[in-house]
Design a protein around this ligand. Structure first.
Ligand SMILES: Cc1ncc(COP(=O)(O)O)c(C=O)c1O
Length: 394
C-alpha cells in the first residue's frame, strides 16, 4: 500500500504522452518532439573529456558529502566574480543531484507540516509536489500573460499568512520564459524581510536569457543573501541533464540541514562527473554561447509563427527555451489539445495544466529540436488548428 503522501504525487503526463508518441513512431509515423525540457545539443566535448580524465586518474571513490572541494570553490568564485556574492565553499554550498534535488532539499529541510510555501502558477511541476513531500501546503501566486508573466507583488502580499514560511521564485521561468524585473524582486525582498520568509530562487536558466533581458538574483539585494537559497546547475547551459549536477548556495544555517538530509538520501553526488562540471565552469564557454544563439534563432522564428496559428497566442519569452501557448479559444483543455496535436499533427506537447491551474487551456512547446523540424511542426499545427477553429465556430 502506498503512503497517503505518495497518493498525492501525480503521475507524469509527459510520460503518458511519450508512450503514446512511441506507439505512433513504432507504427512508422513521424512525430516531432516539442515536449522535452532539455537542450538537443551534446555536452561540450572538453567537459566530457575532463570527466573521462578524472575516471582515468582514479577518481573512483566517495567524495565529501557536499561535493568535491575544487568544484565548490569554483562555484563560489564565479558568484563572487559575477554577482559579488560571497559564499563560504565549506559551509555555504552543497552539490546536488540536479536542481531537482536542491528544490526537494530546500523544502524538506526547512518546512514543517502545515507551513505554507508560495509557488508560481504556472511553474515547474516539482515545486508543488516537493511541497507536498514535505507536508507543507503549496499556495500559488499568479503569473499571467496580461502581466508579462511577472509576479504581482500585491497579490503575493495578500497571500502571506502567519503560516507562510517560504517563497519559491524562478527566473527565467519554466514554462513561461519570463525573467523577473528587478523592481519586482525588490518588492518581494521587502515582503520576505517583513515576514521573515526563506526565499528559494531557482536560477537554472540564468545563462539562457536573451538581451535586452538580463538576469538578476534576489540574493544580491540588501539583507537577502542570509535568507535566500540560490539554486543553479549544469543541466541547461552546458547541456548536462544526464549528469545530474546542481547546487544550492546559501548561509551556513540554511545549507547545513540540507546537507544532513542529502547525506542520508544520497551520501554525495557521483565523484567523477563533478570534474566535468568543474571544466564546464572554468573551460571554453563558446559551445554553450553558440547553443544560446541557436535557441534565440528558434524563438525568433517560432513565437511569431505560433502567434499566426488560429486560436494560439504566446508572449515572446525573455529566456529559457519554451513557448507557453494560450489556446483557450480552441475550447479544449490542455490535455485534450495535446492529444489532438499528437494524433493529428504528430507533434508532442505538454498540457499547461501540468504547471498549475493557471495553465488550463494552454500547451508548452519546447524549442529543443532543429529549426527545420519547428517549421514542420508549425505547418502541421496550423492545419489542425484551422480545422479545429472552424469546427469550434460551428
Ligand atoms: C525551472 C527548473 N528548475 C529545475 C529543473 C531541474 O533541473 P536539473 O536537471 O538540474 O534537476 C528544471 C528542469 O527542467 C527546470 O525547468
Amino acid at each position: 500500500m502506498q503512503s497517503i503522501k505518495t497518493q498525492r504525487i501525480p503521475n507524469s503526463q509527459i510520460r503518458l504522452m511519450l508512450d503514446a508518441a512511441g506507439k505512433m513512431e513504432r507504427e512508422g509515423k513521424e512525430v516531432i518532439h516539442l515536449e522535452i525540457g532539455r537542450p538537443d545539443f551534446d555536452t561540450p566535448a572538453h567537459v566530457v573529456e575532463a570527466a573521462i580524465a578524472a575516471l582515468r586518474a582514479g577518481k573512483h571513490h566517495y567524495c565529501p558529502n557536499a561535493g568535491i572541494p575544487e568544484l565548490r570553490r569554483a562555484i563560489v568564485s564565479r558568484y563572487a566574480d559575477d554577482y559579488r556574492l560571497a559564499y563560504d565553499p565549506d559551509s555555504g554550498v552543497v552539490v546536488t543531484n540536479g536542481v531537482a534535488e536542491a528544490v526537494y532539499l530546500s523544502m524538506n529541510a526547512h518546512l514543517n507540516p502545515g507551513d505554507q510555501i508560495l509557488i508560481p502558477d504556472p511553474g515547474w511541476l516539482n515545486y508543488a509536489v516537493d511541497a507536498v513531500c514535505s507536508y507543507a501546503e503549496p499556495v500559488s501566486y499568479t503569473l499571467s500573460a496580461a502581466n508579462g508573466y511577472q509576479p504581482d507583488v500585491e497579490e503575493i502580499a495578500g497571500k502571506i499568512t502567519p503560516r507562510t514560511r517560504m517563497i519559491m521564485l524562478v527566473s527565467p521561468s519554466n514554462p513561461v520564459g519570463s525573467a523577473t524585473r528587478p523592481p519586482l524582486l525588490e518588492g518581494i525582498a521587502e515582503l520576505a524581510l517583513k515576514h521573515d520568509l526563506i526565499v528559494v530562487s531557482d536560477e537554472i536558466y540564468e545563462k539562457i536569457i536573451y538581451p535586452p533581458a538580463r538576469h538578476a538574483s534576489i540574493a544580491c539585494l540588501p539583507g537577502m543573501k542570509d535568507r535566500t537559497l540560490l539554486l543553479n546547475g549544469f543541466s541547461k547551459f552546458w547541456s548536462m541533464t544526464g549528469w545530474r549536477l546542481g547546487y544550492a548556495l546559501g548561509p551556513a544555517d540554511l545549507i547545513e540541514p540540507m546537507l544532513r538530509y542529502h547525506l542520508y538520501m544520497l551520501t554525495s553526488v557521483a565523484t567523477f562527473p563533478q570534474y566535468g562540471a568543474l571544466e564546464a565552469l572554468q573551460g571554453d564557454q563558446k559551445p554553450s554561447i553558440a547553443m544560446v544563439h541557436e535557441f534565440r534563432r528558434r524563438r525568433d522564428f517560432m513565437a511569431p509563427a505560433v502567434n499566426r496559428i488560429p486560436g494560439f497566442s504566446c508572449l515572446i519569452p525573455d529566456g529559457a527555451f519554451y513557448l507557453f501557448v494560450d489556446a483557450r479559444p480552441a475550447g479544449l483543455d490542455g490535455y485534450e489539445l495535446a492529444n489532438l496535436l499528437l494524433a493529428e499533427a504528430g507533434v508532442v506537447t505538454v498540457a499547461g495544466e501540468c504547471f498549475g491551474k493557471n495553465g488550463a487551456g494552454h500547451i508548452r512547446l519546447a524549442l529543443t529540436c532543429s529549426l527545420e523540424k519547428l517549421q514542420k511542426a508549425v505547418a502541421s499545427m496550423d492545419r489542425v488548428m484551422r480545422a479545429r477553429m472552424a469546427a469550434a465556430r460551428g
